[in-house]
Structures are given as C-alpha cells and as structure tokens.
Design a protein around this ligand. Structure first.
Ligand code: NAP
Length: 333
C-alpha cells in the first residue's frame, strides 16, 4: 500500500540554552511530490550528529536550520520515484533527507551508495564518520609510526575510527572520553593504548601520564578546555586536525579555553588546520577501499548505536549531546 502521509519532525523553536524536546514537534505532512530533477525518497536511516545542534546557531558550512521547517539531517534512503535520469527506483542514496519518512530531493544533491549489508555501515564506517576520521587523521595529522596520537570524543563515531586507524599506522594512541566505562571500552575493545576520562577532572595531569612523550598529533573533536590541555603538551612540529568543537555546540558559546594559543603555536612550530570532509569527496573511493580492507581484516571494529522510530529522533540527539552514545548513533525510521 502506498503511504499517503509523511511524518516529519519540525524544529519549532531555536534553543538558546540546552536542546530539549520542547524545541521539536512531530507532525503529519502530505507526501512530497518530486519536481523536475528530483527523486522521491523513502528514508531508512537518519544520522544523528553533534553538528545538527550547531546548525541551529546559524550558518556554518551549510545554511542554518530555520524554525517551523523539517529538521535537517543526513540520511540513507531508497529512491521510490525519480524525475532525474541519474537515479532510478531501488537506488540507495545519501543526502540531506531531513527528519522525515519521505523526502523529495534534487538528484544533484544526492550521493549514490552501494547496496551493502548492513546498510547502517553507509552512515558509519563508509559514511561521513569513517571518511572524516580517515582524511582528517591521514591528510592533516600525518601520523608516523612511533608517534603519539591523541583523539577527543574518542568513543564517538569519528573518534573511535581515528584511534583505530592511528593504531594501524603504528602509533601510540590515547583517547579522551567521558566516563570510566567508555575509557575501558577504548582500551579493552578498540586497542587504544590509554584513555583519559575528562569528566574525572585534572585532565592536564591525566594526559601527561597517558602521553608521557608528549603529543605529535591531536585530532580535535571538542575544542574548549580539552584543546587547551592538548595544545600545552604538543611536541615540536606537532599537527592538530581541527574536526569539530562539540563542547561549544549545546548552549550559549562558553568563555572556556584554549588560552595561550598563539605563543604555543609559534614556539612549537605547530600546524593547526580545520577541515570539512566534503573537501575530500574526489578521493572518496580510495579511502573506502582502504576502510573496507581494514574492516574485513578485523583491524577496524565498527560500533553502531541504532535507535528505532522517527519519533525518537529528538531524544536521540539530546542524548548524543549528553554522551549517551558509543560509536555512530542513528535512527532506523
Ligand atoms: P558523536 O558520535 O556524535 O559523539 C558525541 C559525543 O560527544 C558524546 O557521546 C560525548 O561523549 C561527546 N561530548 C558531548 N559534549 C561534550 C563536551 N562538552 N566535551 C567533551 N565531549 C563531549 O561524535 P562524532 O559524530 O564523532 O563527531 C565528533 C566531532 O566531529 C563533532 O565535533 C562533529 O561536529 C565533528 N565532525 C566534523 C566533520 C568535519 O567534516 N569536519 C564531520 C563529522 C563530524 P563523552 O561521553 O565522551 O563526553
């Protein structure tokens, strides 16, 4: 039976402090009609990303999400009708489907994906998370065997892959994560050499103990005080891959660190570079081939956190910002 309603989660109010359920509303809209050049999609999985919260602040690498519109978000979807010669029914695609059951999206904004099992890997290891980890670490971090690599949000979707790639490259790997359980998981399951619980306080001292030879590469997912602690322990000619600033997303911008940045960068001849994974899409196939080989050989373990039901998307994002997830969180619609 063809569906006649499209459930949608709208952002009804922009949060000024912490994100809450009151900022969203589940509604039933009409089925979208694909225009010329568009495909009609059935959304299967919606990616939950810390960046979803950052998009509510204003324009970033994409336009801000406005109130009373469908909440934006990446999704894996199946084409059910197409008004574009580049896509046909049955094709699997990735794109900004938004938080809804069905979406009509211009084909030129969709990326055709392979049909593979489990399909969830298209959002985790073979999706934005895996590619971000791969390019940010290898192209900007440039780790060499024997060096020390530190990654923050280490139990998250990007960080858990960064640490495992750094191990494959022969580095000493230190993860920074919230709570003992996540830290234990990093060392016992994912092969990290050490893990630092930033919620335990005294991050500077704990980091010194975990990385006694200093830090050569820091993969920064968090900004703020953790970045400050890592900066202070960088080795000469160290590299910092600036991937995200999750400590600044949920609430008003804070007055936290990093302090003392310019002096440190000069004296230690550091390279600190931001990046957006989309910049690397021309090299995507090369990265995917290597990631697939590492997964097949068991050198990378993929952790996913799949929650059922479109109606649970707001709570799933709120929980992610509070640290509930391990690995890649997503909604099975
Ligand atoms: P994720 O899986 O969504 O994990 C979110 C985790 O962030 C939470 O579980 C929590 O873990 C941690 N967190 C929340 N608030 C924190 C705080 N104040 N301080 C420290 N940690 C906090 O994360 P992800 O998808 O891997 O994303 C990581 C970063 O990469 C984000 O900043 C994201 O914006 C960025 N990103 C960038 C690109 C790019 O192209 N540059 C692409 C994708 C993602 P704990 O329990 O450990 O606190």
């Amino acid at each position: 039976m063809t569906a006649t309603v499209n459930r949608q989660v709208l952002l009804v109010e922009k949060p000024t402090g912490k994100l809450g359920l009151e900022h969203f509303k589940l509604v039933e809209g009409a089925m979208p009609e694909p225009k010329d050049g568009e495909a009609l999609l059935r959304v299967h999985y919606i990616s939950l990303d810390a960046a979803n919260r950052a998009w509510m602040h204003g324009a970033t690498y994409r336009a801000a999400v406005e109130t009373n519109t469908v909440m934006a978000g990446g999704g894996i979807a199946e084409v059910i009708a197409s008004n574009s010669p580049s896509l046909k029914p049955g094709d699997i695609v990735f794109g900004d489907t938004g938080w809804q059951d069905y979406a009509a999206v211009p084909a030129k904004h969709l990326t055709k994906m392979p049909r593979l099992e489990p399909m969830t890997h298209l959002l985790s290891i073979y999706g934005i998370a895996g590619l971000t980890a791969y390019f940010g670490l290898l192209d900007i971090g440039k780790p060499k065997a024997g060096e020390t690599v530190v990654v923050s949000v280490a139990a998250g979707s990007v960080g858990s892959i960064v640490g495992q790639i750094a191990k494959i490259k022969g580095c000493r790997v230190v993860g920074i994560a919230g709570g003992k359980d996540k830290c234990d998981w990093l060392t016992s399951e994912l092969g990290f050499d050490a893990a630092v619980d930033y919620k335990d306080g005294a991050i500077f001292k704990a980091l010194r103990a975990a990385a006694p030879d200093g830090i050569d590469v820091y993969f920064d997912n968090v900004g703020g005080d953790i970045l400050e602690a890592c900066l202070a322990q960088m080795n000469l000619r160290g590299r910092i891959a600036c991937c995200g600033a999750i400590s600044q997303y949920d609430g008003a911008p804070s007055a936290s660190g990093p302090r003392g940045v310019p002096g440190l960068i000069v004296v230690k001849r550091l390279t600190m570079q931001g990046f957006i994974v989309m910049d690397y899409m021309a090299k995507r196939d090369e990265a995917l081939a290597e990631l697939q080989a590492w997964v097949a050989s068991g050198q990378i373990k993929v952790r996913e956190d799949v929650i059922d039901g479109l109606e649970n998307t707001p709570q799933a994002l709120i929980g992610l910002l509070a640290g509930d997830n391990r690995g890649k969180r997503m909604i099975r619609v």
